[in-house]
Unconditional design. Sequence first.
Length: 107
Amino acid sequence: MNNEKEPKQQGLQIELTPDKAQGEYANLAIITHSPSEFVLDFARMLPGLQKAQVRSRVILAPEHAKRLLAALQENIMRYEQNFGPIRMPQPQQGGTIAPFKLSKGEA
């Protein structure tokens, strides 16, 4: 029996255009915030260049930033269950927050 008073569930439709589907590689994220928003700048840092170039900026309400954190935690847990722990460099082993060792450039 079809009950027309029940709301029909509709899935969220997301459009991914070909240019966005290519993605942007970023190996550095800078996060800043104010009382009303979080700003995530994703940058690409390359050896031999003085500056990291911001490739994408995402601005989120604090509630959405917290949802993003929860989604990342859940997905990292699933990733590690499938592929093993993600290893982070230890500071005593010369690890750095930068995506690669920074040294004085030579030509």
